[in-house]
Every structure is written in C-alpha cells, then in structure tokens.
Write a new protein. Structure first.
Length: 510
C-alpha cells in the first residue's frame, strides 16, 4: 500500500520540490508551496533511504499563493482523484505567477550561496530594488497570461496507440494528451493531438517565430519494419493535407553510428549529438559509457527542411569607415527544426536586450561567442562591432554551425568555427568580450581557466541552469573576476527553470 504522510512544507529547493521532514528524514515534495500543510503520497521511499520523494494529494492548510492548476493533466490533486500520476513539465502550475518568480529568485540566491559559495547580497550589483534580493523578471508584457502559450518547441512521446503523450516526473508511464497549454497556440490548437503517430517513438513540434505554421520532426521507432514505416508516412501525408497549419513534416530514422577510428573519435562524434552533448564537465565520461551514438537521417515528407527564426536586432545597420553602403542587415536565420533555438517566444529579444544593456561593444571590437548555436548573440556582436571588428563564433553541433556559416557568409567580420569550445581556447587571446551560453552542464573548469587566461575585459555568461552557473561563477570569482551585473528571467513559466545573464569584469591586476 502506498504510504501517505501529513507534512509541514518547508522552503523551495532547486529542482521543483519543497523540503519537508518526516521523523527526521528529508522528504522532497512536489506540487506544494512553502508554508502549507499537506497530505503527500510517497512516490520513492525505501525504508533505509536518506530521503524520500512525494507528491501532494490533499492540501490541509493552503498557501495564499495557491491557485487552481492551469493544466488539468499536470495537477497533482486531480491526478490523485483519478488514480494516476500528473504529467511532468508544469510543476509550478498551482502557484500564482508572481509568487513563482519570487520563489525562483530565492532558489537562485540560495544556489549561489550553497554551490557558488558567495552571497548575492555581498556583490556590488545594480539590482532593481533596494532589498538586495534577486528579482526574476517576467518576459511577457501582453497582460495576464498565467504562464501559458510561450513554448515554441515541445517534444512528445508516442503511446502504444500512436497518440502524443507525456510522462510523469521520474516515471516511464505515458499519459495521452489532448493539447499542450504551455505551447504557443499554433501547436496547442493544431491537429496533432489525438492523431495516430503509430510507429513513431517521439514527435517534436516547432512553431518558428511563434508563428501560425507548425513543423513536425517525427522520429521512428528503432527497427521499424518497412510496411509500418510506409503506413506511418501515409498517415503523416494525410495529416499535412487535413491540417494546413502542419506545414512541414520531417521523418527522422536512425541507425548505429560506425565505430570511430582511434585517430578521428571524440569531439567530432560528440558534436553530432547536438547541444546537450556539448563540451562540459562529465561529457567525456558520459560519452565513454554511453551506447554507440546513432546516425539520424532526415527525409522531408512535406514542406521545407528548414525553418526561419527572426533575429531581434533593433539597431541601425552600421556602415564601415570609407564606404558608402551599409552591410546587409541580419534579420532572420535559417535553421533545421531539430537544432537548438531558444524555447520561449520572447527569449531571443529578451536576452539580446539584456546583453545590450549590460555592456557596450564599440565599432572595431573583438568578441568571441562560445556555444554560439546558430548565431543569435554573434549577430548582435557583429552588428555592433561593424566590419572593422572581429567576432569568433564557436559551436560544436554541425547543424547549428552550418546555419551560422550561411547566415554570416556575407559578414566578413565573423569567423564561424565548428569545434568544441575546449579546442579553441587559445583563439580567445586578445578578445575584449567573451560571451558564452553553455548547455545545462555549464562551461566547466577547463573552459573557465581558458577564458581567464585569454585576457578579456569582460565576460557575459548566459545560463539556463543555476547550479552549473554557480560553480562556474565561483571559479571566475576565485580568479579575481568581479560580478558586475546580473539579471534572472522567467523564460520557463509554470516550471522551476529560469535563465540568467551575468556580466563579469576582469581582475584589476590586468
């Protein structure tokens, strides 16, 4: 019989759960709010374990900041009433918008103290308020929205009957969907929910620029027999005809990657895995112990192989000295739908505005953009530095790097380099500004040491993971760098995730 506990809920911890105690043992409780008294069902709780995990099934004393969950399938209370688990991905949906951001600010501050070993209060930061706290900024200004319809990208599992599904937290159970309210309306209201994708393992939906058209990347099951793949292909073509909003459909099939030779392994193979396998702490060990990587082939069934994302550069085109005409204005970038791009529909403009207000890039400046993706920040730096400047754009994933190379083909001040960041640390010398936007694993000690040795004036660090940022910030601060500015943004409403942009200034010894 599943154990149910009555718990007084303590503070919010990083990861989307609150901390409570039961008979001296720590219990990580999801779907709670600090200060509540709840009944929680234990989801992981071996008798000898140091801690247990639990989901709230009844609220005995509710917080003033509790609201009816914005998504029925993700609501732990309603899930319990229907004898199932809540789907993951909206673990803060029961908390009012403003209080979500307040709790995220507290978690960010505590993570800096616990992992980074420094206090936000002790930094000389131009914080927005006089209380010295980290305030997480909302990035949607079009009225109350309760954190809905912001995702331009969503990935779904496919159930046994072929219907798009999602998993509960730390579970392999599949729950069928009839919509995805965190996704932009073009995805949420499209004809993909309830449709049969039988034969597929995963379906990725993308609405480029948060527009009306949806692109699907349909990943087939490994070893799918030819007749079943033909039937899946036929149904996908019917979907394209039946639902005009599904403008592009790409079929992704995989087979084991040939074993790399001793002379050519490592970075190139890892780069094929995309953004989540970029260089960083633990990535090499993970690659060594993981199964042989798969080679994925993509077939366009309908529409286009690429999508167009807008570049938020509200700046005038710069004219080089001694010339009469300005260079072509960088307004859009062509990328493949499986490659990395910011998920929140307002994230590109929000982040560009943040870096643009934190630092100045004069004409003729020398900049490095690490983990550059398809070139969002490279485009910003190139436009400001002008043709007399120099921007090095480094990305390990071949698809994203190819998109960047195409984007900057007529921008002579930009050099696009497809390589792991660790392989180009010596190229960072004499760069005045180094910008990095690493994956969740962070940059790691080797990259931080290389950045420190490069002699840059400033470092802009964009992060989607507070714990890895705290570790890298600790390394920079330990080398004498100063944390000069910091902003945290709610780019993932109704989840525990957040994005930060930090400016570090070089040690005074330089």
């Amino acid at each position: 019989m599943t154990q149910t506990l009555t718990l007084d809920i303590g503070p919010m911890a990083h990861g989307g759960h609150c901390v409570a105690r039961h008979e001296g043992r720590v219990v990580f409780v999801r779907h709670a709010i600090p200060g509540e008294t709840v009944r929680a069902r234990v989801t992981e709780g071996e008798p000898g374990a140091k801690y247990w995990r639990a989901d709230v099934v009844e609220v005995l004393n509710a917080s003033d900041y509790r609201r009816r969950h914005i998504w029925k399938l993700a609501d732990s209370l309603r899930a319990h009433e229907n004898d199932r688990l809540p789907v993951g991905g909206a673990e803060f949906g029961h908390i009012t918008d403003q209080h979500q951001r307040r709790l995220k600010g507290q978690v960010f501050r505590d993570t800096m103290q616990r992992i980074g070993g420094f206090s936000i209060h002790d930094q000389r930061l131009p914080l927005a308020s006089g209380d010295g706290e980290v305030h997480v900024h909302d990035v949607l200004s079009d009225g109350p929205y309760h954190g809905l319809h912001w995702r331009t990208r969503a990935s779904f599992a496919v159930g046994a009957e072929g219907v798009l599904s999602m998993k509960p937290h730390r579970s392999n159970e599949l729950i069928e969907l009839r919509g995805m309210p965190l996704a932009v309306s073009s995805i949420h209201e499209s004809g993909i929910f309830g449709y049969s994708f039988k034969g597929a393992e995963r379906v990725d939906a993308v609405a480029a620029g948060a527009g009306a058209q949806v692109t699907l990347v349909v990943h087939t099951r490994a070893g799918l027999p030819a007749p079943e793949q033909e039937a899946l292909t036929e149904r996908l073509l019917q979907l394209h005809q039946r639902a005009p909003e599904v403008a592009n459909i790409v079929l992704a099939t995989s087979q084991p990657e040939p074993a790399p030779s001793r002379a050519r392994g490592g970075a190139r193979s890892a780069a094929r895995q995309g953004r989540t396998q970029r260089s960083g702490p633990g990535s090499r060990a993970a690659t060594q112990s993981a199964p042989r990587p798969e080679r994925i082939s993509y077939t366009v069934l309908a529409g286009s192989r690429t999508i167009t994302e807008p570049l938020p550069l509200p700046l005038p085109a710069l004219t080089a000295a001694g010339t009469d005409a300005a260079p072509p204005r960088l307004t859009t970038v062509e990328i493949q739908p499986e490659d990395f791009w910011q998920i929140h529909r307002n994230a590109p403009s929000c982040l560009i505005e943040a870096v643009n207000t934190m630092t100045q890039v004069p004409q003729g400046a020398s900049v490095a953009d690490l983990y550059a993706g398809a070139g969002l920040f490279t485009a910003w730096a190139a436009q400001l530095a002008g043709t007399e400047g120099s921007v090095l754009s480094v990305e390990g994933a071949p698809g994203s790097s190819a998109s960047a190379a195409q984007l900057f083909a007529q921008t002579p001040q930009v050099e696009v380099l497809q390589a792991p960041v660790e392989a180009v640390l010596k190229r960072l010398t004499q760069r005045e500004l180094i910008l990095l936007d690493p994956p969740r694993t962070g940059a790691g000690e080797r990259v931080i040491a290389g950045i420190d040795a490069a002699g840059a004036r400033e470092v802009l660090y964009v992060s989607c993971e507070p714990s890895s940022f705290a570790r890298d910030a600790k390394s920079l601060l330990g080398r004498g760098w100063e944390l000069a500015d910091l902003k945290v943004f709610d780019l993932y409403p109704n989840t525990h995730h957040m994005e930060s942009v930090a400016l570090f200034r070089a040690p005074r010894r330089r």
